[in-house]
Unconditional design. Structure first.
Length: 220
């Protein structure tokens, strides 16, 4: 097989290969290129190669660098993959096209209000704290049904679940559990898998993989 010419081509090839092994079509999997900490000059080559879905983890950073890039590439889709403070909900609704980190009732309230005010309903993933880690974002597994109900009552389009498994241990069981929780709650979207483990995530049903360092190199 020929060597892929760019990191993006290499990741796309790996996504396609993992999908094939899992008996899935590569088009079922959205690559979210996580460009946090990287400047416009690093992002431009990916845009030139046709990548259109990007992820950022901070509202301020995204607001500083994306408007200009978007003026050149209006079909860019911007996803918020990091934690969101309720007081930034309005700004997030104006800037992003999808939110992966809906994780608590106060944020449901703030986002519901912001979406109503803007007349713009963004698809959202509910982030689940799948490893029950003290310091991590995401709702507790036991709280998921209630949070989902609240989000639906607030007219927030919830399209799936997102998880970040605990570091340093095999992620597959956590991906499998997230898949089961989604199915149990009637959700089909699964945002899971990062640079180190996206192929495993794809084999366990990921619909959105969030890949940063494997595309951009280290984050210094
Ligand atoms: C940074 C980040 C990623 C990408 O991580 P890499 O290991 O660089 O691929 C994915 N998801 C979230 C929530 C992140 O903050």
């Amino acid at each position: 097989m020929d060597q892929p010419a760019t990191p993006l081509a290499a990741i796309r090839a790996r996504i396609a290969a993992a999908a094939q092994v899992a008996g899935r079509r590569p088009e079922e999997i959205t690559l979210v290129a996580v460009s946090k900490t990287h400047e416009a000059e690093a992002i431009a080559p990916l845009l030139a190669q046709g990548q259109r879905v990007f992820g950022e983890n901070r509202v301020q950073e995204a607001a500083a660098k994306w408007p200009e890039l978007r003026a050149r590439y209006p079909d860019v889709e911007l996803h918020l993959v990091g934690q969101l403070q309720s007081n930034k909900a309005e700004e997030a609704v104006a800037l992003f096209d999808c939110i992966h980190s809906l994780d608590r009732p106060s944020l449901v309230k703030a986002l519901g209000a912001a979406m109503a005010k803007a007349g713009r309903r963004l698809p959202c993933f509910i982030q689940v704290n799948i490893g029950a880690e003290e310091q991590k974002g995401g709702c507790a597994i036991a709280e998921l049904p209630d949070l989902l109900e609240q989000a639906r009552a607030a007219d927030i389009p919830v399209i799936g679940l997102m998880c970040v498994p605990p570091a340093g241990i095999e992620p597959a069981p956590f991906f499998a559990l997230t898949d089961k929780l989604a199915a149990d709650n009637g959700l089909t979207g699964l945002s899971m898998g990062m640079s180190e483990d996206f192929e495993t995530a794809i084999m366990l049903g990921a619909t959105h993989v969030r890949v940063g360092s494997a595309l951009f190199g280290g984050r210094g």
